[in-house]
Design a protein around this ligand. Structure first.
Ligand code: LLP
Length: 449
């Protein structure tokens, strides 16, 4: 019993649990997570990539990107489905460790990791620390040296490929904080002036006895629906790897091509197909390795959204309904719910599009043009920009917003002192709280007066 089902009477169940029961037990707003769906997507990505890369004589590790949503149970599910866990802070690392994920199966990211975060990673035997600057190469080496251990590191590079949505762009020089560019700075004569930042970092790692250079990492963007960016970036990384081998004799074992696999947010949208992207990228790297005369490395990927996004939905209760007449004479019905930008900042931050449906009852009323808004003191506090809802939508109705599993709870805030909603897992007709609802007392406990 995976997924959402609408019964004839209009009521809706998620993984066999009636939304009325969910709401009676857990209240609204509530993040609902379909465990079987999460597990199936995790397996789906692992199987698709393993199959495609093994077919060209390589192999793949799949790291679940915990930034999308990380709770102790979620980390366990990922591990049980054969995934590793990618963390981006000491906090995420702590959750993965609490879940019993072995350090060796955890990666640590971040463009400004603290000594404490790196130290904990080293003490827990984290499998890879992805370094993002020359300063950090030095920092990780110092902390490893103090402990008498050798730190396994990957160097995060930028290939100039930026993807997201349907397009990707490719530029030589990077103007953003992540990674080290593979493009060499131009000299006064127009030619390259020395090594690229990426090459400089790789060379620096190679010579330090406190560091072991595991490989090269590239993440090109998020919500990507066109797989060609992955192919271009992966090829560029293989070229860099071959160049490093030619200069130093060190042919690194691993290449990570990052996360970013796009999902469907709206009815009718089509998600990136993991089998297709895996096949395309495997074929591209196979051809590139043959051209370069280097054997294929082991690969890894870091999907977050694609695993947890579609597995989650948010349930809200409608509080007020207000028709507003627009300049062109149309009427827009503002439907206010009991949450908003504090539980889903994505519409306000990225103009992200979502869908909403009245669940819990059937309606024959003509649909109206509606905008679902939250309860915050901010006009940009929008949950769904535009959606058709039954014309009799009213206070007390339950609204479901699908595909909110990724970057909803993980980017939630306490704006206006709202308490963050619980994360409730549903499976085989039963629900279980993974993260309880925050209370005002929780928030007041932080206030020293
Ligand atoms: N690996 C690295 C190094 C990343 O930076 C990211 C995302 C991922 C993996 C996972 O990407 P995913 O597969 O989930 O797209 N808050 C934004 C997304 C920011 C993603 C940042 N990095 C959003 O809500 O759309």
């Amino acid at each position: 019993s995976r997924g959402v089902r609408r019964r004839e009477d209009g009521s809706v169940e998620v993984a066999g649990v009636d939304v009325h029961d969910l709401v009676a037990e857990h209240g609204t707003p509530v993040y609902v997570l379909d465990e079987a769906d999460f597990r199936a997507r995790a397996r789906g990505y692992r199987t698709a990539f393993e199959t495609a890369f093994r077919a060209v004589g390589s192999d793949v590790d799949v790291y679940y990107a915990g930034k999308a949503l990380l709770t102790v149970a979620v980390a366990r599910w990922a591990r049980e489905e054969g995934l590793r866990v990618d963390t981006a802070s000491g906090g995420e690392l702590a959750v993965a460790l609490r879940a019993g994920v072995p350090g060796a199966e955890i990666g640590l990211h971040g463009n400004n990791k603290s000594d404490a975060e790196i130290g904990r990673a080293l003490d827990e035997g984290v499998g890879r620390i992805i370094v993002d600057s020359l300063v950090e190469v030095e920092r990780v080496a110092r902390l490893a040296g103090e402990r008498g251990v050798v730190a396994p590191v990957m160097v995060r590079v930028t290939t100039g490929v930026h993807a997201g949505g349907h397009e990707y762009i490719s530029t030589a020089h990077e103007d953003q904080k992540f990674g080290l560019s593979i493009a060499a700075p131009r000299g006064t004569e127009g030619g390259p002036a020395g090594d690229s930042p990426a090459m400089a970092a790789l060379l620096d790692v190679v010579v330090r006895p406190e560091l072991h250079l595991l490989g090269i990492h590239s993440h090109i963007g998020s919500q990507i629906l066109d797989p060609s960016g992955f192919e271009v970036a992966a090829r560029a990384v293989l070229e860099l790897r071959a160049e490093l081998a030619a200069r130093t004799g060190v042919l690194v074992d691993e290449v990570d091509i990052g996360g970013g696999y796009g999902i469907a947010y709206l009815p009718g949208e089509v998600a990136l197909d993991p089998e297709r992207v895996a096949k395309d990228v495997a074929a591209a790297v196979d051809a590139a390795a043959a051209e370069l005369g280097t054997p294929l490395p082991r690969f890894s990927i870091e999907p977050g959204r694609a695993i947890v996004g579609p597995a989650g939905l948010t349930l809200y209760t409608v509080g007020t309904v207000k028709p507003v007449t627009l300049d062109d004479g149309r009427v827009r019905t503002y439907v206010s719910v009991d949450g908003g930008m504090s539980d889903n900042i994505r519409p306000a931050l990225y103009e992200a599009q979502y869908h909403a449906e009245v669940v819990g009852r059937a309606s024959d009323a003509e649909p109206v043009l509606a905008r679902v808004v939250g309860k915050h003191c901010e006009s940009g506090d929008i949950v769904v920009h535009e959606v058709r809802l039954p014309g009799d939508v009213r206070a007390g109705d339950l609204l479901a917003v699908p595909a909110t599993g990724a970057y909803g709870r993980s980017m939630a805030s306490n704006y206006n002192m709202l308490t963050r909603p619980p994360v409730v897992a549903v499976r085989d007709g039963a629900s279980r709280v993974l993260v309880r609802r925050e209370t005002v007392e929780d928030l007041l406990a932080l206030d020293e007066g």
